[in-house]
Design a protein around this ligand. Structure first.
Ligand code: SF4
Length: 478
């Protein structure tokens, strides 16, 4: 407790203090002036006193020690997204039944529109941040309010608190990894992708399983513990090809196989007209360990329809992960944002879908957000600034209360922004890739070495720790 008088000048009155000393509050006055904590007996004395002016004087001494002559107020917006309620509390005139003529429900777009005029009006105090800080789960409409209205520093501080509750201490983990793209041939033609080549293109390739093994062994020799296998949606590579590939890499290298994102699994199931569960079971039997969370972009079909209409839908992406989790295959979850079509309400919907599935399966290991890299692509960029990225990292930490790890994105953000992310909700640095082609195809030149990773983490005031795919310090038992 701060000692009264330590911070601010107080207005004292000799006459009033003399009057207090003549009554029963003299000992309390001495304690207040000395900055001592009051005891039970003092409390009882204050409660029972008839000297109300003296009581008010004492209270004002403490209040002025804290705040001087300042009296504050807050500008607030009390927004009720709906008045529909299934309860009928006798003391409430607000809630109505859904079929009532006065019932209303606002969707996220309507909430956002109501907030738009207040965007520059310091609308930070909507009581959500303080409740999020205390650990209360925040609702999607509250997350949207925070995304568009909260002061950035307040948001980051709340996320830092939440991260510290989940991960006390100063460790920040990272993994040494290789990303082998087994083919760049793809029929899906996403407008934000500069990696793929259509079938028959001169630059199209399919890596032979022996070549993939050779590269994985090379990465293992250089310290990799995981191999990330991802590629395009090749029209003719069937499940048998992937069984052979995964079996070969698993048996020959012993590396953890983090392979085939949900759209790739969905594509395999579609071209062979097999259920997703069958495909995953066969890949699992061949040696697949976990699924990467790629291909989610923003899980809103409105946005996906414009930029990747041939890719799996948001529901299908979620369903692949649900089935994988049911089979004991854990996965990461991602979001690539910053396309012209995506909006905060889409991003919040995306987080809400992840949280709901995590409540159901507990299968996600981590959430990773990264920004769209537009160079050489057809899709037009939207809101993708460093501030937007950092707000999303903080929001993810607060909203995804059931996902342990929030990962930074050193491949799409410079080290300074990664450091801010680590101080604003993220607890994992991400990947040191020994090989990577997809992001590099968009002209991104952020090469991340292990030395750079360790330096970036240490300079942010944290302790770098190598980890495995399950975000455990490397070598720690399951
Ligand atoms: S993002 Fe994936 S699915 Fe889309 S075009 Fe590129 S390789 Fe194909």
């Amino acid at each position: 407790m701060r000692a009264p008088g330590a911070a601010n000048e107080r207005r004292r009155s000799e006459a009033v203090e003399a009057a207090i000393r003549r009554g029963d509050l003299g000992p309390v006055l001495d304690k207040v002036l000395g900055g001592e904590r009051l005891g039970l007996e003092d409390g009882a004395r204050l409660y029972e006193t008839a000297d109300l002016p003296g009581l008010g004087y004492l209270a004002n001494l403490v209040r002025e020690a804290w705040w001087g002559d300042r009296a504050s107020f807050v500008r607030n917006l009390h927004l009720n997204p709906t008045n529909v309620c299934r309860f009928t509390c006798a003391f409430c005139a607000f809630g109505v039944r859904k079929d009532s003529a006065s019932a209303y429900e606002m969707d996220l777009a309507a909430v956002r529109d109501r907030l738009a005029p207040f965007r520059d009006a310091c609308l930070a105090e909507v009581h959500i941040l303080s409740e999020a800080r205390s650990g209360r789960r925040i609702a999607p409409e509250e997350a949207l309010l925070l995304a568009v209205g909260a002061d950035f520093h307040d948001l980051a501080a709340a996320a830092r608190d939440a991260r510290a509750r989940r991960h006390p201490g100063r460790d920040v983990t990272y993994i040494v990894n290789t990303n082998i793209n087994y083919t760049n041939v793809c029929v899906t033609r996403c407008r934000f992708c500069s990696f793929y080549r259509l079938p028959g293109h001169d630059e199209g390739y399919v890596l032979d399983p022996a070549e993939v093994v050779r590269r994985a062994l090379d990465a293992r020799a250089r310290g990799a513990t995981q191999v990330l296998l991802q590629g395009g949606h090749h029209p003719r590579l069937g499940i048998e090809h992937f069984e052979d590939l995964i079996r070969a890499v698993s048996e020959r290298t012993g590396l953890h196989l983090h392979a085939l994102s949900a759209p790739e699994v969905h594509h395999l199931a579609r071209i062979r007209r097999r259920p997703v569960g069958d495909v995953l079971r066969r890949l699992r039997a061949a040696g697949l360990d976990t699924l990467p969370g790629g291909g989610a972009e923003v899980l809103a079909d409105e946005a996906r329809a414009a930029e990747s209409p041939r890719k799996c839908t948001a529901d299908e992406w979620i369903e692949v992960h649900r089935v994988a989790h049911g089979l004991g295959i854990r996965s990461s979850a991602t979001m690539m944002f910053g396309l012209e079509e995506d909006r905060w309400r889409h991003r919040v919907d995306h987080l809400a879908r992840l949280r709901a599935l995590q409540d159901e399966t507990a299968g996600f290991t981590a959430f990773i957000a990264w920004t769209y890299q537009p160079r050489g692509n057809l899709a037009r960029p939207g809101e993708r600034s460093a501030m937007t990225y950092l707000r999303l990292v903080a929001l993810a930490r607060l909203f995804l209360d059931n996902v342990g790890t929030i990962q930074a994105s050193p491949l799409t953000q410079p080290p300074g922004v990664v450091q801010l992310a680590l101080d604003g909700g993220a607890d994992d640095f991400g990947n040191v890739f020994l090989e990577e082609h997809v992001v590099a195809a968009a002209g991104v030149e952020l090469r991340v070495t292990e030395a750079l990773a360790r330096r970036t983490i240490a300079e942010a005031g944290y302790r770098p720790v190598r980890r495995d795919t399950y975000y455990r310090p490397q070598g720690e038992a399951a």
